[in-house]
Design a binder for this molecule. Structure first.
Ligand SMILES: NC(=O)c1ccc[n+]([C@@H]2O[C@H](COP(=O)([O-])OP(=O)(O)OC[C@H]3O[C@@H](n4cnc5c(N)ncnc54)[C@H](OP(=O)(O)O)[C@@H]3O)[C@@H](O)[C@H]2O)c1
Length: 246
């Protein structure tokens, strides 16, 4: 029975992954900031076949609480086969440009809190000498764009951190997967004017993620066509890119 830690467990993408793992009777330690949503998620997983579900309420911006949370996780599960780090927010870029405190809070939600928990988790997994750490970054981290560069900066930091952590933990038999979704239809993107054909369902993305965990992929663009889109976007020269209000 797989033992799975999910941080940001109420996320639509994380919930869809958890349902797939629950069908194999996995045991879960679920972390989310809203106790009510956490309970609903746990009930949903139990209904989908989960072996056992432990819950832990935590706002991941409380960085000083991360060690205690991991202590509780290892106390409940004993070891971790898969850790999925999924929490995040989509900041209002224009508002962040006017409010440093807001910008830094959003940077913490999407970047610092991830670096903090991964630092502690990497040491645990390294000692364990097995398992996979899967982290949801974003295609937004591949290039700084006019419309969301605060979010993109945080995700770029997460992607780079994961790349280095992958090289370190490889030598301990621990795998690190960086997940880069494109547009996904979740509460995070609700109401945004997104190009329909490019928007994936959480279920589709979750299937890609669980498969990538199984085959120990390093970086996953999901759906896969985003690898091509981002290749093209990364090739646009800077003198053109700065003129685009993307
Ligand atoms: N949707 C997309 O198009 C897209 C694209 C690329 C990458 N991503 C990434 O995918 C991941 C999952 O997002 P999603 O699309 O599934 O959206 P979602 O359903 O809105 O999930 C985001 C989750 O993060 C949680 N969260 C935010 N700040 C937190 C904090 N400080 N502490 C604890 N939990 C916190 C939220 O908690 P609450 O439920 O309490 O709000 C929410 O459950 C995120 O990392 C996101 O950046 C999404």
């Amino acid at each position: 029975m797989k033992k799975i830690l999910i941080i940001g467990a109420a996320s639509a993408i994380a919930s869809a992954c958890a349902r797939l793992w629950a069908a194999d009777k996995a045991e879960f330690f679920m972390v989310a900031r809203n106790p009510e949503r956490l309970r609903q998620t746990a009930d949903d997983l139990a209904a989908h076949g989960a072996g056992a579900v432990h819950v832990y309420a935590l706002d991941m911006n409380q960085l000083e609480q991360h060690a205690l949370m991991l202590e509780a996780c290892y106390g409940a599960l004993g070891s971790v086969d898969i850790a999925l780090v999924a929490h995040g927010t989509l900041p209002d870029q224009a508002a962040c440009q006017q409010d440093v405190a807001l910008a830094l809070r959003e940077f913490s939600s999407n970047g610092l809190s991830v670096v903090s928990v991964l630092t502690l988790l990497a040491n645990r997994m390294e000692a364990q000498r097995s398992g996979t750490i899967a982290v949801i970054s974003s295609v937004a981290g591949d290039r700084g764009r006019y419309s969301n560069y605060l979010y993109g900066t945080a995700k770029a930091a997460v992607s780079t951190f994961c790349e280095g952590m992958r090289a370190r933990l490889f030598h301990a038999g621990v795998h690190v997967l960086t997940i880069k979704p494109g547009f996904v239809d979740t509460p995070m993107t609700k109401g945004l004017p997104l190009p329909g054909p490019l928007v994936a369902t959480p279920g589709r993305v979750a299937r890609d993620i669980t498969r990538a965990v199984e085959r120990r992929a390093n970086v996953l663009y999901t759906p896969g066509f985003w690898a091509l889109i981002m290749l093209v976007i990364k090739c646009v020269p800077g003198f053109i890119f700065k003129r685009l209000k993307l």
